[in-house]
Structure formats: C-alpha cells, structure tokens
Write a protein that binds this ligand. Structure first.
Ligand code: MG
Length: 157
C-alpha cells in the first residue's frame, strides 16, 4: 500500500468513516445485480478505488476543506456556505464526481441514488453535520461507493 493511500484511509477514519462502511453501501447497491457477491469483494473493490491518484487527491482536498471550515479558517462568504452545506453550492458534488467517474459515467446513477437516499454511513454523516462539517465528506464517500459499483459492473460484464 502506498503512503498516500494509507494517509487517505487514516483521514477517513479520523472523520469516522471506515472502508467497511463504504463497502456496505456497495454491497447493498450490487447484491441484486451480482448474485452471490460477498462483502469481502466489495471491500477489495473500495480498496482498489482508493489506489487511484485522482481519487486520493479529491478525498484529501474535500476533507481538508471540511476541517478548515470547522476551524473557521476559510474566508467569508465561502466559510458560511460550506458550514451550512448550502444545497446550491454544488462544488462538493463536483469534486465527488471526479471520483464517481474514474470507471466511466456508469457510476453516475449510483451516485445520484446514494445522494438522495443517504443509506448507512451517509445518513450518519448527514445527522452529524450539526456538530461537524461533513459538507464534502458525504459526497466523497458516495463517490467512492459509486465508483466501486461501476468497477464491479465492468468486471462482471
Ligand atoms: Mg455535501
């Protein structure tokens, strides 16, 4: 495992997101399409997604912005926009789409679904947003899960 991937996993863990949490999202989305899929395969696929440099860069950027916002270290008006997770901000989704699309646009549908339904860890991140800034993190996690689904779909096609 390279250093940056390790750092990305550590940063996710610090923000209370584990690989397994993301793998559960992948499993739930794929179990009806890939008979007999195991959670271990979902974990492996999430790990593969996190190998990609553009994915690592997006995660490090987004988590840094969330943390800087919590510390009030971003200038206004951007600080308030990020802290309130304004729905018209949209840059959190744009950043996450760079992850979602690493295995082609097939990840897009799953990203939209996860963003709307917010299952599992995404619901938890959303609930925590009054005590923490998860404006970027929730989209990054949905992006990684959607990319992993796309990778699985390609490998089974
Ligand atoms: Mg967001």
């Amino acid at each position: 495992m390279d250093n940056i991937k390790e750092m990305v996993i550590k940063k996710l863990n610090e923000r209370e997101v584990n690989i397994e949490d993301i793998a559960v999202l992948v499993y739930e989305l794929q179990k009806n399409y890939i008979p007999g899929i195991a959670i271990e395969e979902c974990i492996k696929t999430v790990e593969d997604v996190l190998e990609k440099r553009e994915v690592q860069n997006a995660i490090l950027t987004g988590i840094s912005l969330d943390v800087l916002a919590e510390k009030n270290l971003i200038e206004e008006p951007l600080l308030s926009i990020i802290k309130r997770d304004e729905s018209l901000f949209g840059i959190d989704e744009i950043l996450a789409l760079s992850i979602t699309n690493v295995y082609g646009s097939i990840g897009l549908t799953n990203f939209g679904y996860l963003d709307k339904i917010k299952p599992g860890i995404l619901g938890k991140l959303n609930e925590d947003k009054h005590i923490k800034c998860n404006t970027f993190l929730d989209d990054l996690v949905a992006g990684v899960a959607a990319a992993a689904c796309a990778k699985l779909a390609h490998s089974k096609a």
